[in-house]
Design a protein around this ligand. Structure first.
Ligand code: SF4
Ligand code: SF4
Ligand code: SF4
Length: 220
């Protein structure tokens, strides 16, 4: 087997970070392929087209999608029923590409243009108010899929960097505190109600809702 570059493999993957391949995200799966630990047929979102691209890059024979990892399905988009949303923020914490706007006790909205349809937000919602709908034909995933995947990778990496920074800051605060009870609260994806960050997110959520309505109105 030739030496494979995980970054080049990752560049062919859909970047939904859905973990259906059995790895924590697209890059870990790419790394597993590169070291010969995973087959090229484990990514349902990439489907047959993705497998053929990986086969060509890796110089490996084509193999049909392994059904143990799921089936290839048309691209979907998450939509939140805002009337039922209780603002618990769980979906925000699950979304790998920060495609959900909202804050504690604020109804949440999916930013349609950023949603990769990974479905990771759906099952954890305690009131089952997130549905999956077909993506509109105008969605970047349809009109320019490779650029959309690259954009999703950038957002995923930015999220990881932000979470790592928050964790490091919380750790530093905790270490700097002489009294444990005075330690700053652990970082959370949901800012406290009434803080400037909470207000900023609430405004962003309202703007995202307006944008989502416009995008849905333009959908087929
Ligand atoms: S999009 Fe494919 S490679 Fe990426 S996490 Fe999902 S299944 Fe794995
Ligand atoms: S909104 Fe839901 S389906 Fe869309 S990218 Fe985020 S977690 Fe995935
Ligand atoms: S998980 Fe469900 S109820 Fe909680 S904020 Fe998200 S959409 Fe609303």
């Amino acid at each position: 087997m030739p030496t494979l570059d995980p970054v080049a493999i990752d560049a062919l993957l859909p970047q939904t970070q859905c973990a259906q391949c059995g790895y924590a995200g697209c890059l870990p799966y790419a790394e597993a392929i590169a070291r010969g630990a995973a087959g090229i047929n484990q990514c349902p979102p990439g489907g047959d087209e993705g497998i053929r691209a990986l086969a060509a890059l890796a110089g490996l024979p084509y193999a049909p999608l392994n059904p143990a990892h799921g089936a290839h399905r048309p691209r979907v988009l998450a939509v939140i029923d805002e009337a039922r949303c209780i603002g618990c923020t769980i979906c925000i914490q699950k979304c790998p590409v920060d495609a959900i706007a909202g804050a504690a006790k604020v109804m949440h909205t999916v930013i349609a243009s950023e949603c990769t349809g990974c479905e990771l937000c759906v099952a954890p919602c305690p009131v089952d108010c997130i549905a999956l709908v077909p993506v509109p034909r105008s969605h970047p995933a349809i009109t320019r899929p490779r650029a959309a995947a690259d954009h999703a990778r950038t957002r995923y990496q930015a999220r990881l960097a932000r979470l790592a920074r928050l964790a490091a800051e919380a750790h530093a605060r905790k270490k700097g505190s002489r009294r444990p009870e005075a330690a700053a609260p652990a970082p959370s994806a949901a800012p406290a109600i009434g803080t400037p960050e909470h207000k900023r997110i609430a405004i962003a959520a309202a703007q995202a809702r307006a944008q989502a309505r416009r995008e849905r109105a333009g959908s087929p």
